[in-house]
Design a binder for this molecule. Structure first.
Ligand code: NAD
Length: 258
């Protein structure tokens, strides 16, 4: 009675770089639940990797989409309109900041670096959701993005990405408010540190992971699979009453005081 069945649901999962990507774990979980998938990747460099993964996700459609390139976002919206005409699941697993803005002092963040991080990691969530709104409307759709605790706490070296995640989480609430009347739910997962391409760009990431594992109640880090299944839960009808929520999937780390 409580099984998650997403057959005949169309799911767009953005931000697959490789088999370690959180987006890929989410895509796998959605596929297991029967969803029809489209995966997007940032550029030509990632094309072959994502095309090789697609058969493991039911022969998912694979498309390029660089969220900083308007033509690319427009092409994605047009292709999905032609291909599917409606979208029940949208997953945004995209973030980027320049390497020099993920180390050293936050106080010296450049204007360009700040805008880049917020553009790719936060604005893109609002923009893509808006572009795909005609497909999401009247579909009982669910939208999900991926955040981190640095949205609300100071984390060494996370710097400008913490600013981006704060904006992202506020955007979740604002979009949830605005799109609720259209029966679109908007939520985020705040994941604990997982070793991915993006995470390894943060100076001191391995130390951060070790610290989380030591302090978290479960005494370990979460796996990409755990993020994938939690995402499936949030995207499913099982939680049709939840929107505007940030769900922590971090082995309990976030609620510790000392
Ligand atoms: P990842 O490197 O696998 O994924 C990041 C994705 O963003 C990549 O696919 C990359 O190509 C994409 N991207 C970057 N610039 C882009 C652009 N201009 N257009 C389109 N796509 C672009 O790493 P990940 O850890 O799976 O990251 C996914 C999300 O999860 C990010 O938002 C990240 O901040 C968040 N997150 C990760 C962790 C972690 O520890 N790994 C923890 C909490 C939250």
């Amino acid at each position: 009675m409580f099984a998650i069945d997403l057959s005949n649901k169309n799911a767009l999962v953005m931000g697959v770089a490789n088999h370690r990507s959180l987006s890929w774990a989410i895509a796998r979980a959605l596929h297991e639940a029967g969803a029809r998938l489209c995966l997007t990747y940032a550029g030509e460099r990632l094309k072959s990797t994502v095309e090789e993964l697609a058969p493991q996700a039911g022969g998912a459609i694979t498309l390029p989409c660089d969220v900083t390139d308007e033509a690319s976002v427009q092409a994605l919206a047009e292709r999905l309109t032609r291909e599917w005409g409606s979208l029940q699941v949208l997953v945004h697993g995209i973030a980027f900041a320049n390497k020099e803005d993920l180390e050293g002092t936050f106080v010296h963040t450049s204007r360009a670096g700040f805008f880049t991080a917020l553009d790719v990691s936060a604005y893109s969530f609002i923009h893509v959701t808006g572009k795909l709104l005609p497909l999401l409307e009247n579909s009982g759709a669910s939208v999900l993005t991926l955040s981190y605790l640095a949205a609300e706490r100071a984390v060494p070296n996370y710097n400008v990405m913490g600013s981006a995640k704060a904006v992202l989480e506020q955007s979740v609430r604002q979009l949830a408010y605005e799109l609720g009347p259209k029966n679109i739910r908007v939520n985020a997962i705040s994941a604990g540190p997982v070793s991915t391409l993006a995470a390894r760009g943060i100076t001191g990431f391995l130390g951060m992971q070790k610290h989380h594992a030591e302090k978290a109640p479960l005494k370990r880090n979460v796996t990409t699979e755990e993020v994938g299944t939690a995402a499936l839960f949030l995207l499913s009808e099982l939680v049709s009453g939840i929107t505007g929520e940030i769900l922590y999937v971090d082995a309990g780390y976030h609620m510790m005081g000392a």
